[in-house]
Design a protein around this ligand. Sequence first.
Ligand code: HEC
Length: 186
Amino acid sequence: MNGFEINKIAGAILLAGLVALVTGKITDFLYHPQLSTEERGFSVATADTAIRGGAVAKEKAPEPEVQLGTLMAAADFAKGKKLSKKCHACHTLNEGGHNKVGPNLWNIVNSQVAVDDTYKYSSALKAKGGEWKFESLFKFLKKPKAYIKGTKMSFAGFKKPEDIAAILVYLRSLSNSPANLPEIEK
Ligand code: HEC
């Protein structure tokens, strides 16, 4: 092998290396394009709105604590009365009504939690303490088992805040002196 051939071989190797390097860069670019920040931001935002935006919005029901007054001011009493049929499966709602699977619910708003000593409550409900305010009733009726872990009230709860508000205005009427509606927050 003379010097000229060695040079040719070295050149070929160098060229091959260069080609590999360049194609590598090109494939790299094709598979991991370096987009500018704006382009990236834009594409992520589109995916969010189009694909995930809807789902996220569905999962998150409006939080009740701020707007309960507003919700209840607009609540549909007749609808609440109708929805209360769900409660009748396990509760009486009239004054002096007997206990069924659950306790009688006359005068429930602003009463102490688990106060009816003719009824055998779960220890979870007894341990809860406090009073049944509209706010706590809202949370309880939204998902009883989530609000009071270990309650024996086997009721799934209401999905729509409007339905709960309707039930609440109906429950409020089950009293000789109905409680004041919660204030409307500005
Ligand atoms: C499948 C039966 C069932 C249904 C349906 C049901 N409840 Fe109950 N409820 C119970 C039981 C059982 C308890 C007692 C829970 C405990 O001791 O943990 C209870 C307890 C309660 C309490 C607490 C009472 C207290 O004295 O502290 C409230 C308030 C209540 N239910 C409201 C309702 C309303 C309003 C509805 C209708 C939207 C309803 N429940 C539907 C079974 C039911």
